[in-house]
Design a protein around this ligand. Structure first.
Ligand code: SAH
Ligand code: SF4
Ligand code: F3S
Length: 447
């Protein structure tokens, strides 16, 4: 048994969050415990992202600080894993001499083996093979929540959007067998989980790699029909693969939440073509119209970037127009960042940073106003919330949770005697809102 204390810092997307849960689970399985803070840890792991340059800077700066900690205490085991590790293994080994473990996203289920290997040899261990078969079944996991669980239904991405590093870090698409996913869901329901989030870089291509007889529609239908989990979410959908059949499955699936995250990236056909997104604005609008007419209560969110190489004022105006026309509930907006290996890093007409910043600011302001309006439309109506926790910042009896449409809501519960609402479905009436949070009043406790 390893009586070591571990500290994991996670950067990047939900996939990485889930990978860190696997790392924590395996470390606890061999006897390690979570450190309360980095200073008391014997094992420090950075689970990294490299989707934009900015996050890389943060990671390297944190690695510098950990190297100093290790100077004071050479017994510390320092690991870097995830997408940046996959992309920059040699650079990391050369520039961060304090490093002991370097492993890629496909090795998260083998941290116990890697750790033992390191302890036996005391030499830097590098394992970054993203062609390794995707196997996470029966890997110990420590979920960060007791209510909401992430489930990777597939790994990798075959789309090669021209700006994106992910296909290079996570490798080719590979789907998990349906039976494995259903068995995991059964276990989660026995552990009283109320919500699951199915994860994949492009969930719509689930099953396309031929390892499964199912596709995403049949998977989603089967999960819904088990009736085991009240709230089923999924991310991310790719507009090129999103169709009316999926909209109908969401509409008819009682347990499938009415939230669709559909990354737009740009409102300009010219940019979409250069991004290799494989859809046009007219196709995107068509999907949005189908969603709005079939599931009017659905929330629609997106990702978009500004300053893609060659983006003119007119292209950018098209993105603004699309935002105004579609009226997303919320949007993650980014400044385009050149990534090595990607096609667009070789494109001419790179946009100066000051213009990118101006465009981002403008787009964010527009979206902020739309998000506020959309939230205001909810005032005086009742919604079901899954109560996830007490508010850290708020008053004593303040709770927070999310609507089925994935909006964060805060409410007070004044009943001192019966005040543990965590894990319950409640109905609240929205009384106020800003662009990001709904404020409500408790109407009813469902169960
Ligand atoms: N598979 C998902 C998530 C990809 S990464 C998808 O296809 O949407 C999440 C978001 O990061 C992307 O949607 C995109 O908006 C943004 N992104 C990816 N590469 C980027 C880059 N080079 N510069 C800026 N933003 C980027
Ligand atoms: Fe990246 Fe495109 Fe794949 Fe999403 S679909 S992970 S943006 S290559
Ligand atoms: Fe980042 Fe890798 Fe996710 S690059 S966004 S952690 S897939």
């Amino acid at each position: 048994m390893f009586k070591l204390k571990y500290y994991i810092k996670t950067f990047g997307c939900q996939m990485n969050v889930n990978d860190s849960e696997f790392i924590a689970g395996q470390l606890e399985n061999i006897g390690c415990t979570a450190a309360l803070n980095i200073d008391e840890a014997n094992i420090i792991i950075l689970n990294t992202c490299c989707v934009r340059r900015k996050v890389e800077h943060k990671i390297y700066s944190m690695a510098g600080k950990i190297s100093l900690l290790k100077k004071e205490n050479p017994e510390i085991i320092f690991g870097i894993c995830g997408c940046l590790a996959q992309k920059e293994k040699s650079f990391i080994k050369e520039k961060i001499p304090a490093i002991d473990l370097i492993f890629g996203p496909s090795q998260v289920a083998s941290i116990d083996v890697l750790l033992k290997k390191y302890l036996d040899s005391k030499k830097t261990i590098i394992h970054c093979n993203n062609k390794k078969i995707f196997k996470i079944n029966n890997t110990p996991i420590k979920h960060k929540s007791d209510l909401v669980a992430y489930i990777q239904i597939m790994k990798g991405c075959n789309n090669f959007c021209s700006y994106c590093i992910v296909p290079y870090t996570r490798g080719a698409e590979e789907s998990r067998p349906v039976e494995e996913i259903l068995a995991e869901i059964k276990n989660l329901s026995q552990e009283n989980y109320k919500e699951i989030l199915l994860l994949g870089q492009n969930v719509n291509s689930y099953g396309n790699d031929g390892n499964s007889d199912n596709n995403f529609l049949s998977l989603l239908t089967k999960i819904n029909n088990t009736g085991l989990i009240k709230r089923i979410r999924f991310t991310t959908s790719h507009p090129k693969d999103f169709n009316l059949d999926l909209i109908k499955v969401i509409k008819n699936g009682e347990n499938i939440c009415e939230h669709i995250h559909l990354p737009l990236q740009s409102g300009s056909d010219r940019m979409l073509y250069r991004m290799n997104r494989k859809y046009t604005m007219s196709q995107y609008y068509q999907i949005i119209n189908h969603i709005k007419s079939n599931i009017p209560e659905a929330s629609i969110t997106t990702d978009a970037m500004v300053g893609f190489p060659g983006e003119t004022e007119e292209d950018f105006t098209n993105t603004i127009e699309a935002f105004k026309k579609i009226r997303f509930d919320s949007a993650y907006t980014f400044i385009y960042s050149n990534r090595d290996y990607t096609l667009s890093s070789l494109f001419e007409n790179q946009i100066p940073l000051n213009i990118k910043k101006e465009r981002l600011w403008k787009l964010m302001e527009i979206q902020k106003a739309i998000s506020l309006q959309k939230n205001q439309e909810m005032i005086n109506n009742n919604y079901e919330i899954l109560v996830e926790n007490k508010s850290k910042k708020g008053l004593k009896n303040q709770y927070w949770g999310r609507t089925r449409t994935n909006k964060t809501a805060v409410f007070y519960h004044r009943d001192e005697k019966n005040n543990n609402l965590i894990g319950k479905f409640v109905i609240i009436k929205i009384i106020n809102t800003d662009s990001y949070t709904l404020y409500g009043e408790l109407i009813d406790v469902k169960q």
